[in-house]
Write a protein that binds this ligand. Structure first.
Ligand code: ADP
Length: 767
């Protein structure tokens, strides 16, 4: 039984709350624990920006997660394909089915020698398994009618390690290989750290703080040594770079424990894992990337929760059965209980995700929010290697659909319900030691092959020229389809790119139809939030997103897709409440202006920095407002006038408590994310140097002033301390208000219209 401990002095700080395990089960504790979870998760939910699970689906639901959005989307895609792409000149698709224990092949894999030649074998459907045994994969391919080959003319290639360049040479459009070149950039422990850390440096630690602090040894030994001594009493974990299955892993209590002759990583040990039945566990999530350009990421509906086989004891650091959750480690423990029946998926030390969800929900945990955060981690980590993969695809001239990757993401949840990415596996284990393993993995592999779309390709007949001829015929076919649909359907795509864009959309829709038990998390509604983490603009991602999640599609819910799709700016969707309402730009703006007005109220004219004045002046005179303001107003009056104008538009009162709970910084981020066209220019005018929003800048400045002020001996008035704080999470404002003699505002700005925004930044302030 897990309970939450909150130290008396830190009840407001969730970082200080953690779950402990005790033997007795008093109801009071259970209720307190659940209440704590709920409060914590509710506040996180309010400020969540990013994916909306209602439009993606939740894993571990056995396909039973059906939101109205998903249902309608699925129907629209099926209708669109049925109506618009009837004729198909491609070789037929092969269907794969999961296998039973009896169908598992008994023979070992063929030897690991690779012949680069093509032998023009009789059989149309050939596969090659290389550097792995892959018994389950081979069995599924055998059952689908494939034959193993030694050479390069395979239809499917399954490699156990990262692919060598020669494997990608001269592939035809129907060959499929199970790794993208360079995908090891995510799956090697050291590389993962380097790539995710680079994203944190480029886009902010706030967004990339989901891997534990890590050092690469021996190079960063001195930094590690310093961090070790800075964090007194912290635990670290040592992992060799290229290893797996818990090999060479141990907990570190002193820098002297670390051998310096091998390349390894040392990561901060997450010492407060969420426990179930007093046991530590981690989650194995299967993630399929079927394309990097455009990016298409799927997550499998089922996966595994893997438990340590001995009670979690942070003190005894040498007990691997308590600290490591690897199956390969724990199966050696005599206490390990193997699953015997896949239907009883919460028995023993390996559970299904469905069983895990049920248990977490009984603990009071909001699994929708938890999974949303996990999806977020997955998308962000894949984006971290995207430019590297695209580069090598280009260099090797590999076709868009030749590669796929089925990654195994290992995630640990801590007692604050924060998911941590521990590692990503390039070739997740397909061992089937238990009925549960076989059930999940067999479905996973057959669904993977179905999704990527393997076609019966007769290489004897299909010479290179014939392939070219077929591509040409397909283009003609598409042109004919386009005529049939009416040119309007793709009118949002630039004429020169139309053929390719249609292919991209068609591929994505067809693939979605074959998704089986996969949920597509990218592209998905709300995924445009992640655009800023890419190293540049990705036109193919944009095309697909616009087609799928375009405003017009949503608004014209019942219209077929072939109605006009105009070029519209990408909408930003924000998950706000349980009812999944989204807050719009105007609603956020009203709150923002009110807070700004309140902050300005506590400042005297000579306290205003020049750059603030210029920004605000530009803002109130922006073309967004239409009519100009009277020149002689004070800046605060102008702001209030603009707020009144917005209020006249009418807004949803229900949403205001949610908006009021947002911090100033969050409000600024959301404003930027929801803004379109002219609104974006408007809100950008309120950003100093394009980075810090003016409200948070003023708050920070006031806060510093107030601190200095309190240091020189002014006492805070009790009355002021209890006053409502409208300016966001900014407590020192009220005490500062007395000091700054609010109300002394004068018409210090004469309302000159700046026209073009030329900032003559003068950071000095008179105060
Ligand atoms: P391997 O590739 O050998 O499985 P992992 O990085 O997955 O290596 O680590 C093995 C196990 O060690 C994990 O399943 C987890 O239980 C534990 N572990 C790894 N890193 C941490 C960490 N930073 N904090 C807590 N536990 C960890």
């Amino acid at each position: 039984m897990s309970l939450i401990y909150m130290s008396e002095s830190h009840r407001s700080n969730s970082e200080d709350a953690f779950i402990i395990s005790i033997q007795s089960h008093p109801n009071d504790y259970q209720v307190t624990a659940k209440r704590w979870m709920k409060t914590k998760q509710n506040s996180e939910k309010v400020s969540w920006i990013g994916l909306d699970l209602q439009s993606v689906g939740k894993v571990g639901t056995k396909g039973n997660f059906n939101s109205p959005f998903l249902t309608s989307m699925n129907e629209k895609i099926s209708n669109f394909l049925r109506e618009n792409f009837v004729e198909d000149t491609r070789p037929p698709l092969i269907t794969f089915t999961p296998i039973t224990e009896e169908q598992l092949c008994k023979e070992a894999a063929p030897i690991n020698i690779y012949s680069k030649g093509c032998f023009h074998q009789q059989n149309e459907m050939l596969y090659r398994v290389f550097k792995t045994d892959a018994r389950l994969v081979r069995s599924i391919l055998d059952c689908a009618g494939f034959v193993s080959t030694d050479c390069h003319d395979w239809n499917i290639m399954w490699v156990g390690s990262s692919g060598q360049n020669y494997l990608y040479e001269g592939l035809n459009e129907f060959q499929k290989i199970n790794h993208f070149p360079n995908s090891f950039e995510l799956t090697r422990k050291d590389k993962m750290y380097i790539n995710i850390n680079a994203q944190a440096t480029n886009y902010g630690k706030e967004d990339y703080n989901f891997i534990p602090e890590t050092f690469l040894l021996p190079e960063q030994y001195n930094d590690f040594y310093a961090a070790f001594h800075r964090n007194k009493g912290s635990m670290w974990i040592h992992k060799p770079n290229g290893s797996s299955q818990g090999k060479g892993i141990f907990l570190v209590s002193s820098p002297n424990d670390i051998p310096l002759n091998t390349a390894c990583v040392v990561s901060k040990y997450i010492s407060n894992p969420l426990l179930i039945n007093e046991l530590k566990f981690d989650i194995r999530i299967y993630v399929l990337v079927s394309s990097f350009d455009p990016l298409r990421i799927y997550i499998y509906d089922e996966g595994l929760a893997r438990f340590a086989s001995e009670i979690y004891n942070p003190v005894n650091i040498n007990n691997r059965f308590s600290h490591l959750t690897n199956y390969s480690v724990n199966k050696k423990n005599e206490k390990f209980i193997q699953n015997k029946d896949w239907r009883q998926d919460n028995i023993g030390h390996k559970w299904s995700l469905a069983a895990l969800n049920t248990e977490l929900e009984t603990m009071g945990i909001d699994t929708v929010l938890l999974w949303t955060k996990i999806y977020d981690i997955i998308i962000k980590s894949i984006i971290s290697i995207e430019p590297l993969v695209l580069d090598s695809l280009r260099n090797l001239s590999v076709k868009r659909n030749n590669c796929f990757d089925l990654f195994g993401f290992d995630v640990l949840i801590d007692s604050n319900l924060k998911p941590w990415l521990l590692e990503v596996n390039l070739s997740p284990s397909m061992a089937t030691d238990s009925p549960l393993d076989l059930h999940i993995k067999s479905n996973l592999i057959s669904d993977t092959f179905n999704l990527i779309g393997v076609r019966a390709f007769d290489r004897k007949k299909e010479t290179v020229n014939k392939v070219k001829a077929r591509i040409k015929a397909r283009q003609i076919q598409l042109a004919r389809d386009r005529k049939k649909i009416g040119d309007q359907s793709f009118s949002f795509i630039k004429e020169s790119n139309q053929g390719k864009s249609e292919e991209i959309i068609k591929e994505a829709l067809e693939e979605y139809e074959r998704r089986g038990n996969f949920l597509r998390i990218y592209p998905s509604k709300g995924c445009d939030h992640y655009e800023r983490f890419f190293s540049g603009i990705r036109p193919n991602n944009k095309i697909l997103f616009k087609f799928l999640y375009n405003d017009l599609w949503e608004e014209n819910y019942n219209l077929p897709l072939k109605t006009v799709i105009k070029e519209v700016p990408l909408s930003k969707v924000i998950h706000v409440t349980e009812e999944n309402e989204s807050i719009n730009f105007d609603e956020l703006m009203i709150e923002y202006i009110l807070r700004l007005s309140h902050a300005l109220n506590v400042l005297t004219e000579d306290c205003l920095k020049q750059e603030w004045k210029l920004n605000i002046e530009y803002f109130v005179n922006h073309q967004y407002w239409g009519s100009p303001l009277k020149n002689l107003q004070t800046i605060n009056q102008k702001i209030e006038d603009r707020a009144t104008e917005l209020r006249k538009k009418g807004f949803d009162n229900k949403k205001m408590p949610v908006i009021k709970a947002l911090s100033a910084i969050r409000l600024e981020i959301m404003l930027r994310n929801t803004a379109k066209n002219v609104q974006l220019d408007l809100i950008n005018s309120l950003f100093v140097d394009d980075k810090v929003g003016i409200l948070s800048d003023i708050i920070k400045w006031l806060s510093n002033k107030a601190q200095k002020f309190s240091l020189v001996g002014r006492k805070k008035s009790k009355e002021d301390n209890s006053s409502t704080n409208h300016a966001g999470s900014f407590s020192p404002i009220p005490s500062f208000r007395n000091y700054s003699t609010a109300g002394k505002k004068s018409a210090f700005l004469n309302g000159r219209n700046l026209g073009r925004r030329t900032f003559n930044v003068n950071n000095s302030s008179h105060c």
